[in-house]
Design a protein around this ligand. Sequence first.
Ligand code: URA
Ligand code: SF4
Length: 194
Amino acid sequence: MSRLLALKSQTESCVKCPLSNSRTKVVFGNGNENAQIFLVGEGPGYDEDQTGIAFIGKSGQLLDKILEACNFTREEHVFIGNIVKCRPPQNRTPSQEEMAACLPYLEEQIQLVDPKIIITLGATALKGLTGENLKITRERGNWRFWNDRLLMPTYHPSALLRTPSLKKEAWEDFKMVIRKYRELVDPNHYCKYI
Ligand code: URA
Ligand code: SF4
């Protein structure tokens, strides 16, 4: 068993925070175990809680479209996880305590996957991962470092669904990721748009 799969089975019996009481399934994260791009969302919603698969509902479908436009696939190029692995009731924002309880799993996951590029989706993912009270509207589109890894903050797909005018900026952010991916991973990565 890979270390990542061992960590997965560890999280599946986790009761470190109260979200364990209301979850149906723990959503560990999915994608390529050796992906060079690690996407971080906020937490499971209804569909993810039911299936145990990250970003499979409405937001996930939009995320898949964005990845497709980049010519990135879940199977090959990315791994997708969340700040908390269990669904917050009514999809509320996870509390500081819940995020703090769950963060060590995500940190270990990132170390094991060992990506060149991290993308945080939305304010909660950015704040949860960095521990800093950052504004997404200000930080998106700007590379920063997190534990010596490159991090691109962008909007959460649910924000793009609520406010379609933000899609233009989000696409700019993903274009920067494509350029960085070419620079650091595969100079021949094809994308029909850039
Ligand atoms: N929203 C998230 O932040 N994560 C998911 O896995 C699904 C929806
Ligand atoms: Fe454990 Fe994270 Fe689930 Fe809380 S959200 S019970 S810390 S796996």
